[in-house]
Design a protein around this ligand. Structure first.
Ligand SMILES: C[C@H](OP(=O)(O)OC[C@@H](O)[C@@H](O)[C@@H](O)Cn1c2nc(=O)[nH]c(=O)c-2cc2ccc(O)cc21)C(=O)N[C@@H](CCC(=O)N[C@@H](CCC(=O)O)C(=O)O)C(=O)O
Length: 320
């Protein structure tokens, strides 16, 4: 199992760099930086991380092809690849409609748009030019191809990731979600005549680890409430949660009743949408994900009550 860690660039950048260095020392192989227009810029954050680290692979987890055209993303990730001396990875997903409505950006044909973007970025970063004549000159074309990952959850997006990408980052924490997702990815892999052994299935989880199990669970509840609120009814049913559970969470959150939302999150909901507990409790949960075909465990927000302690404890899990 490979281990990755997610950072959201909405805190002081020197804090993020310090925590990424801790993660690198703890044995993490990947750092994924989220990309939302209202946070700090993903590429400037990655550049700082690249300068201050030496082994961890790094990339956007995930950007989208609507706020930046493929050629701009290609230039940005080729630059990160140069700064990091060949450690860049690239995660791209379709983004979400609400964000693009806010930005006044038309969000159409997400599968096709992501697919075309990946093809174009692959061409440009390996020194080629697009049919319209775009080509990277100053942004050094990379020696090794930069691994392409897709942020995907829907059936078509998952299938497309198998077909054209090197891996995918799936926002899910429970083996049941991968039981459903991996056959869809495999459909794309088979259609492209590729081998699933060469594909990285990353569980982009909500993680909360601590020496005190109950405190770790408590720290995850608000994040799980947001995840549950965004989960489609099919996923709610998959995890045996009561019908309308997502709407109940969403209603509380919409009213700003965070106490009410947290009150809804019981162990069943925590188990469905997060991985929580002590290092000893983590091991069987990560093994269960591995048995379902997950090849990279990405520790996502909140990590735990105390980020530094959580990164060190996750290092203990990595070492097991
Ligand atoms: C578009 C959507 O795809 P999805 O995979 O479910 O998208 C949900 C999320 O993955 C997407 O919002 C991501 O951008 C969210 N996301 C992030 N989104 C961000 O904006 N920033 C982030 O940092 C971020 C991180 C992230 C990490 C992991 C992860 O899994 C997702 C992440 C969907 O509805 N897909 C369906 C329908 C696709 C569709 O629209 N099909 C149409 C059009 C087909 C075409 O496009 O050609 C059709 O069939 O006619 C499907 O895949 O089957």
């Amino acid at each position: 199992m490979k281990f990755g860690i997610e950072f959201v660039p909405n805190e002081p950048l020197d804090e993020i760099v310090k925590d990424v260095k801790l993660a690198e020392d703890a044995g993490f192989e990947y750092v994924w930086v989220t990309d939302h227009y209202n946070n700090k810029n993903v590429y400037e954050t990655l550049a700082l991380i690249a300068k201050e680290t030496s082994t961890i692979k790094l990339g956007p987890g995930v950007t989208n092809p609507y706020v930046r055209g493929p050629a701009i993303s290609a230039s940005a990730i080729a630059t990160i690849d140069e700064i990091s001396d060949g450690r860049a990875t690239f995660g791209i997903g379709p983004g979400d409609k609400a964000t693009f409505d806010t930005l006044g950006i038309e969000w159409t044909k997400p599968v096709t748009t992501v697919k075309n973007a990946i093809e174009e970025i692959k061409t440009l970063t390996s020194g080629g030019s697009t049919p319209s004549g775009a080509a990277l000159q100053g942004a050094k074309a990379v020696q090794e191809a930069i691994p392409m990952y897709m942020g995907a959850q829907g059936p078509k997006m998952l299938e497309t990731s198998g077909e054209i990408a090197d891996g995918c980052l799936i926002n899910a924490s429970n083996p049941k979600d991968f039981e459903a997702a991996i056959p869809m990815i495999k459909k794309g892999i088979d259609a492209a005549g590729k081998n699933i052994a060469d594909f990285d299935v990353a569980a982009y989880t909500s993680t909360s680890i601590g020496t005190d199990s109950e405190a770790a669970k408590k720290a995850a509840k608000i994040v799980v409430a947001f995840i549950a609120a965004g989960a489609p009814p099919m996923v709610i049913a998959r995890h045996g949660l009561p019908e309308g559970f997502n709407d109940k969470c969403g209603d509380c959150l919409a009213k700003g009743d965070f106490g009410g939302a947290i009150g809804l999150i019981d162990d069943a909901a925590l188990d469905a949408f997060s991985v929580c507990g002590t290092p000893d409790e983590f091991v069987p949960k990560i093994e269960a994900l591995g048995e379902m075909g997950v090849t990279q465990y990405v520790a996502g927000s909140p990590l735990g009550k105390n980020k530094e302690e959580s990164i060190k404890l996750l290092g203990e899990v990595i070492a097991k």
